[in-house]
Design a protein around this ligand. Structure first.
Ligand code: PLP
Length: 390
């Protein structure tokens, strides 16, 4: 059996995003023990770097071992008890997974649906909380990767608190790509992933819990049904100050990578990273529109890091994506759920938010559309992106 050599791709899907060689080099360093004093020092640095990325002072801020979905489970299994009522705001696929989590915790989910591509409607959350005063938790996806919608986390958390509920926020795609301020917005529990705007390989889920959330975990009447994700246990490893006890073997080299990616994020500056995502989104949008393509979504609610582009009638979705991959080594995302076959999802996440990526995508799309007989004006698209960059 020969070794595996992956092709060199340009990743512009909904994650993973392109990983910087600095992060890959960090991950190739020698593996050490997960209780080695040097490793314990690295863990403290990672917690510190994550607090800065989330803009929080929460002591309980660390990466759960596992992909973003495990971060989601960690929040739900710890905070939700059997018999609880949880309001789930659903405006895409990932909100649907939140509902699944709630129900598997033995709680009942009150789902409020918003149209796909639209942000969660604060008024409907308010109404749902009035109609279900027993609800103790509100959950929503800040950056819906299936629809490209950005919701107003600050307002939604405020509403939850005014009704005595805690807020669980999915920031898997949000973190590092758009403004997020866990402490100023008073978010109770939040989870993310590494392979979106942090530009790490997948496999870790940064989470953060405030005191209010921890109090709810401590007040549980029933033990957390997941041994692996029980905060009370896992914190013996991640938060044990003087001595850390074995809980599970941390993914050592993956954590080297996360550390380096966070160092890079802070070298650039959080605000600068958000502005970079916004800039390249504007250029991609201008270029795509000049190609006669339409970005779905409503003004002020579009994610810069995940662009949902309608597939024009008569265009073969799968063939376009095959052409991009075969001829340009470019990966973009297919539509998910309601958007399967109807839209593409073009990611500008982390290292994939650059002018090189925008240009590659516009040129490749122009070529793939022309190959299917559609008249496209490539020069107009390039002029439009150039006008944004000035
Ligand atoms: C990608 C994603 C997830 C799941 O993350 P995985 O790493 O694939 O498990 C959850 N929520 C949102 C909004 C995502 O974009």
């Amino acid at each position: 059996m020969p070794s595996f050599h992956p092709p060199l791709r340009t990743l512009m899907g909904p994650g993973p995003s392109d990983v910087h060689p600095r992060v890959l080099a960090a991950m190739a360093q020698p593996t050490i023990g997960h209780l080695d004093p040097a490793f314990v020092g690295l863990m403290d640095d990672i917690k510190d770097l994550l607090r800065r990325a989330f803009k929080t002072r929460n002591a309980v801020t660390f990466p759960v071992s596992g992909p973003g979905s495990v971060g989601m489970e960690a929040c739900f299994v710890n905070l939700v008890e059997p018999g609880d009522t949880v309001i789930v705001c659903r405006n895409g696929v990932f909100g649907g997974r939140m509902k699944e989590n709630v129900e598997r915790c033995g709680a009942s989910a009150v789902v409020i649906d918003d149209p796909w591509t639209r942000a969660v409607d604060p008024q409907r959350l308010e109404d749902a909380l009035k109609a279900h005063p027993q609800a103790r938790i509100v959950a929503f996806v800040m950056a819906e990767t299936s629809t490209g919608a950005l919701s107003d986390a600050r307002t939604l958390v405020d509403i939850a608190h005014r009704h005595g509920a805690l807020a669980i926020v999915d920031a898997v795609t949000a973190l590092g790509g758009v403004e997020l301020d866990v402490d100023a917005w008073d978010i109770d529990a939040i989870y993310s992933g590494t392979q979106k705007c942090l530009s790490c390989p997948p496999g870790l889920a940064p989470v953060s819990f405030n005191e209010r959330a921890l109090a709810k975990v401590r007040a549980r009447k029933t033990p957390v049904h997941s041994w692996f994700l029980d905060l009370n246990l896992v914190l013996g490893y991640w938060a044990g100050e003087a001595r850390r006890s074995y809980h599970h073997t941390a993914p050592i080299n993956a954590l080297y990578g996360l550390h380096e990616a966070l160092v890079m994020l802070h070298e650039e500056g959080l605000e600068a990273a958000w502005a970079r995502h916004a800039l390249h989104h504007r250029a991609l949008r201008a270029g795509a529109e000049a190609l006669g393509l339409e970005l779905l979504g409503a003004d002020g609610e579009r994610l810069p890091q995940l662009n949902v582009i309608g597939i024009p009638p008569g265009i073969d979705d799968a063939r376009v994506r095959q052409t991009l991959l075969a001829d340009f080594d470019l990966e973009i995302g297919a539509g998910l759920g309601e958007f399967a076959g109807k839209a593409w999802r073009v990611g500008l996440m982390g290292q994939s938010a650059s002018r090189r990526h925008v240009l590659t995508c516009l040129v490749a799309l122009a070529s793939a559309l022309a190959a299917q007989g559609r008249t496209v004006n490539r020069e107009a698209a390039l002029a439009a992106e150039q006008a944004i960059y000035g």
